[in-house]
Each structure stands twice: as structure tokens, then as C-alpha cells.
Design a protein around this ligand. Structure first.
Ligand SMILES: [Zn+2]
Length: 108
């Protein structure tokens, strides 16, 4: 889905569709995209099962660990602004925003 510009993917709660950013494939490669798919699928499955599907929920964190999915998406190149020291990580699926002063290891 090329409409997605800022995030690697998102899970739509109503339609149960998972949208993925095509740009991620070209910028970060297939492995990164697989991580995003896993991440969004964790939202998907837990939501359908009525479990905690948000980032802070223990169910979500546990499932991410089990499948080896990243907790955060790697920001796209256009989002990396050198003059800004505080980085914002947002997941479109849950709308949760994270602020980090230093670049995070998004593979964790
Ligand atoms: Zn998420």
C-alpha cells in the first residue's frame, strides 16, 4: 500500500487488514519487512483472541518475543532528521507514540 508513508505497516482494527509500506521493502529490504509483518500479525492475533494487543500489554510483548518480531519499526530515511535529538516512534496500529533521545536498536 503506497499510501502509507511514515510507518512500515499497520493493522486496521475494523477490517482486520494489515497494510504494509512498500517503501520499506526498497529501503530496508525483505528481512526488515518480515519483522514488520510479524509485528502487525501480533496485533492481529491478540486482538482477535481478545487478549492484550497493545504495546504495553504483557500478551503483546510475550508474543513478540516468541516470534522474534521487533517492538518498533525502523524509521524510514526521510523521517530521520539529524537536527532533531528526540526521535519519535509511532505505531499506526495502536497509535502509541514513543519518544527516545537516542537512536534505538529497533531490532530488539
Ligand atoms: Zn505496534
Amino acid at each position: 500500500n503506497s499510501r502509507l508513508k511514515k510507518t512500515g505497516g499497520r493493522y486496521l482494527l475494523n477490517s482486520h487488514n494489515i497494510e504494509l509500506n512498500k517503501k520499506y521493502l526498497t529501503e530496508h529490504g525483505q528481512k526488515e519487512l518480515e519483522g514488520i509483518i510479524k509485528h502487525e500479525l501480533c496485533h492481529y492475533h491478540l486482538h482477535l483472541e481478545g487478549k492484550g494487543y497493545k504495546h504495553r500489554d504483557k500478551d503483546f510483548r510475550t508474543l513478540l518475543k516468541e516470534v522474534g518480531a521487533p517492538r518498533f519499526c525502523t524509521p524510514l530515511a526521510e523521517e530521520k532528521k539529524p537536527q532533531r535529538k528526540v526521535r519519535t516512534y509511532k505505531c499506526e496500529a495502536c497509535g502509541q507514540t514513543f519518544l527516545r533521545k537516542r537512536k534505538m536498536d529497533t531490532s530488539r
